[in-house]
Ligand binder design. Sequence first.
Ligand code: HEM
Length: 147
Amino acid sequence: MFMTRMTRALAAFGVTLLLSTAHAQGTADDSVYRAWGEKAGIQAVMQDFVTRLQADARMAPFFKNANREHLVTQLTEQLCQQSGGPCTYKGVPMKEAHESMDIGRRDFNALVEVLQQSMEAKGIPFAAQNAMLARLAPMYRDIINRP
Ligand code: HEM
Protein backbone atom coordinates (compact mmCIF):
# COMPACT_ATOMS: atom_id res chain seq x y z
CA MET A 1 0.00 0.00 0.00
CA PHE A 2 2.74 2.39 1.07
CA MET A 3 4.82 1.51 -1.98
CA THR A 4 1.89 2.13 -4.30
CA ARG A 5 1.34 5.58 -2.89
CA MET A 6 5.02 6.27 -2.99
CA THR A 7 5.22 5.10 -6.61
CA ARG A 8 2.29 7.32 -7.55
CA ALA A 9 3.82 10.28 -5.82
CA LEU A 10 7.11 9.68 -7.59
CA ALA A 11 5.37 9.32 -10.94
CA ALA A 12 3.51 12.59 -10.39
CA PHE A 13 6.76 14.27 -9.42
CA GLY A 14 8.40 12.90 -12.55
CA VAL A 15 5.66 14.33 -14.78
CA THR A 16 5.90 17.71 -13.05
CA LEU A 17 9.65 17.66 -13.51
CA LEU A 18 9.34 16.76 -17.19
CA LEU A 19 6.83 19.54 -17.82
CA SER A 20 8.87 22.15 -15.99
CA THR A 21 12.03 21.02 -17.81
CA ALA A 22 10.28 21.43 -21.15
CA HIS A 23 9.26 24.90 -20.05
CA ALA A 24 12.73 25.79 -18.80
CA GLN A 25 14.23 24.65 -22.12
CA GLY A 26 12.30 27.46 -23.73
CA THR A 27 9.27 25.80 -25.27
CA ALA A 28 7.88 28.75 -27.20
CA ASP A 29 4.94 30.68 -25.79
CA ASP A 30 2.39 30.13 -28.53
CA SER A 31 -0.54 31.85 -26.80
CA VAL A 32 -0.74 34.63 -29.41
CA TYR A 33 -0.56 32.04 -32.21
CA ARG A 34 -3.45 30.14 -30.66
CA ALA A 35 -5.49 33.30 -30.05
CA TRP A 36 -5.20 34.04 -33.79
CA GLY A 37 -6.68 30.65 -34.64
CA GLU A 38 -3.33 29.09 -35.54
CA LYS A 39 -2.11 29.01 -39.13
CA ALA A 40 -5.55 28.91 -40.77
CA GLY A 41 -6.66 31.91 -38.70
CA ILE A 42 -3.54 33.90 -39.59
CA GLN A 43 -3.91 33.03 -43.26
CA ALA A 44 -7.55 34.20 -43.28
CA VAL A 45 -6.50 37.56 -41.82
CA MET A 46 -3.64 37.87 -44.35
CA GLN A 47 -5.98 37.18 -47.28
CA ASP A 48 -8.32 39.90 -46.07
CA PHE A 49 -5.31 42.18 -45.42
CA VAL A 50 -3.87 41.88 -48.93
CA THR A 51 -7.32 42.49 -50.43
CA ARG A 52 -7.64 45.66 -48.34
CA LEU A 53 -4.07 46.78 -49.15
CA GLN A 54 -4.86 46.60 -52.85
CA ALA A 55 -8.11 48.54 -52.34
CA ASP A 56 -6.88 51.21 -49.91
CA ALA A 57 -6.13 54.49 -51.71
CA ARG A 58 -2.94 55.06 -49.66
CA MET A 59 -1.63 51.50 -50.04
CA ALA A 60 -2.75 50.57 -53.55
CA PRO A 61 0.16 52.38 -55.26
CA PHE A 62 2.55 50.07 -53.38
CA PHE A 63 0.59 46.85 -53.71
CA LYS A 64 -1.27 47.10 -57.03
CA ASN A 65 1.26 44.88 -58.83
CA ALA A 66 1.98 42.58 -55.91
CA ASN A 67 1.87 38.82 -56.37
CA ARG A 68 -1.12 38.27 -54.13
CA GLU A 69 -0.67 34.58 -53.44
CA HIS A 70 3.05 34.88 -52.73
CA LEU A 71 2.49 37.83 -50.41
CA VAL A 72 -0.25 36.03 -48.44
CA THR A 73 2.01 32.97 -48.06
CA GLN A 74 5.02 34.99 -46.92
CA LEU A 75 3.02 37.18 -44.52
CA THR A 76 1.33 34.09 -43.06
CA GLU A 77 4.71 32.42 -42.42
CA GLN A 78 6.08 35.55 -40.87
CA LEU A 79 3.16 36.28 -38.56
CA CYS A 80 2.98 32.59 -37.64
CA GLN A 81 6.60 32.75 -36.53
CA GLN A 82 6.21 36.10 -34.77
CA SER A 83 3.20 34.82 -32.81
CA GLY A 84 5.16 31.84 -31.48
CA GLY A 85 3.76 29.32 -33.97
CA PRO A 86 5.63 26.40 -35.56
CA CYS A 87 6.79 28.32 -38.65
CA THR A 88 10.01 29.80 -39.95
CA TYR A 89 9.91 32.75 -42.30
CA LYS A 90 12.30 31.90 -45.12
CA GLY A 91 11.52 34.82 -47.43
CA VAL A 92 13.58 37.87 -48.28
CA PRO A 93 14.72 39.75 -45.14
CA MET A 94 12.60 42.84 -44.37
CA LYS A 95 15.32 45.38 -45.20
CA GLU A 96 16.05 43.82 -48.56
CA ALA A 97 12.36 43.27 -49.41
CA HIS A 98 11.52 46.94 -48.94
CA GLU A 99 14.70 48.86 -49.81
CA SER A 100 13.72 49.64 -53.38
CA MET A 101 10.48 51.26 -52.17
CA ASP A 102 9.83 54.78 -51.04
CA ILE A 103 8.28 53.98 -47.64
CA GLY A 104 7.92 56.61 -44.91
CA ARG A 105 6.52 56.57 -41.39
CA ARG A 106 3.07 57.64 -42.63
CA ASP A 107 2.98 54.72 -45.05
CA PHE A 108 3.94 52.34 -42.26
CA ASN A 109 1.19 53.74 -40.03
CA ALA A 110 -1.34 53.46 -42.85
CA LEU A 111 -0.42 49.80 -43.35
CA VAL A 112 -0.88 49.15 -39.63
CA GLU A 113 -4.28 50.84 -39.81
CA VAL A 114 -5.32 48.52 -42.66
CA LEU A 115 -4.05 45.53 -40.66
CA GLN A 116 -6.20 46.68 -37.73
CA GLN A 117 -9.24 46.71 -40.05
CA SER A 118 -8.50 43.12 -41.07
CA MET A 119 -7.93 41.91 -37.50
CA GLU A 120 -11.19 43.53 -36.45
CA ALA A 121 -13.08 42.10 -39.44
CA LYS A 122 -11.80 38.59 -38.66
CA GLY A 123 -12.60 38.86 -34.95
CA ILE A 124 -9.07 38.64 -33.52
CA PRO A 125 -9.32 39.39 -29.78
CA PHE A 126 -8.06 42.89 -28.94
CA ALA A 127 -5.20 41.71 -26.69
CA ALA A 128 -4.00 39.33 -29.41
CA GLN A 129 -4.18 42.17 -31.98
CA ASN A 130 -1.96 44.32 -29.79
CA ALA A 131 0.44 41.50 -29.00
CA MET A 132 0.99 40.92 -32.74
CA LEU A 133 1.43 44.64 -33.45
CA ALA A 134 3.99 44.86 -30.65
CA ARG A 135 6.00 42.06 -32.31
CA LEU A 136 5.83 43.65 -35.76
CA ALA A 137 6.54 47.23 -34.64
CA PRO A 138 10.33 46.84 -34.27
CA MET A 139 10.51 45.91 -38.00
CA TYR A 140 9.76 49.48 -38.98
CA ARG A 141 13.46 50.35 -38.73
CA ASP A 142 14.20 47.91 -41.55
CA ILE A 143 11.13 48.80 -43.62
CA ILE A 144 11.00 52.58 -43.78
CA ASN A 145 13.52 54.30 -46.05
CA ARG A 146 12.84 57.92 -45.11
CA PRO A 147 11.29 59.77 -42.12
C1 HEM B 1 5.34 45.37 -40.13
C2 HEM B 1 5.14 45.76 -41.38
C3 HEM B 1 5.44 44.93 -42.59
C4 HEM B 1 5.66 43.59 -42.71
C5 HEM B 1 5.64 42.54 -41.62
C6 HEM B 1 5.90 43.33 -44.12
C7 HEM B 1 6.17 42.06 -44.64
C8 HEM B 1 6.40 41.80 -45.96
C9 HEM B 1 6.72 40.50 -46.49
C10 HEM B 1 6.85 39.23 -45.67
C11 HEM B 1 6.88 40.62 -47.82
C12 HEM B 1 7.23 39.51 -48.83
C13 HEM B 1 8.72 39.43 -49.03
C14 HEM B 1 9.09 38.30 -49.97
O1 HEM B 1 8.83 38.40 -51.17
O2 HEM B 1 9.60 37.29 -49.51
C15 HEM B 1 6.65 42.01 -48.15
C16 HEM B 1 6.67 42.54 -49.42
C17 HEM B 1 6.23 43.79 -49.73
N1 HEM B 1 5.96 44.81 -48.85
FE1 HEM B 1 5.98 44.66 -46.84
N2 HEM B 1 5.85 44.49 -44.82
C18 HEM B 1 5.56 45.49 -43.93
C19 HEM B 1 5.42 46.82 -44.22
C20 HEM B 1 5.30 47.34 -45.49
C21 HEM B 1 4.98 48.70 -45.82
C22 HEM B 1 4.76 49.81 -44.78
C23 HEM B 1 4.87 48.78 -47.17
C24 HEM B 1 4.53 49.95 -48.05
C25 HEM B 1 3.77 50.93 -47.65
C26 HEM B 1 5.17 47.46 -47.71
C27 HEM B 1 5.17 47.12 -49.04
C28 HEM B 1 5.52 45.89 -49.55
C29 HEM B 1 5.49 45.57 -50.97
C30 HEM B 1 5.02 46.49 -52.11
C31 HEM B 1 5.96 44.25 -51.09
C32 HEM B 1 6.15 43.44 -52.39
C33 HEM B 1 4.88 42.72 -52.73
C34 HEM B 1 5.04 41.88 -54.00
O3 HEM B 1 5.36 42.46 -55.03
O4 HEM B 1 4.82 40.67 -53.95
N3 HEM B 1 5.42 46.62 -46.66
N4 HEM B 1 6.37 42.70 -47.00
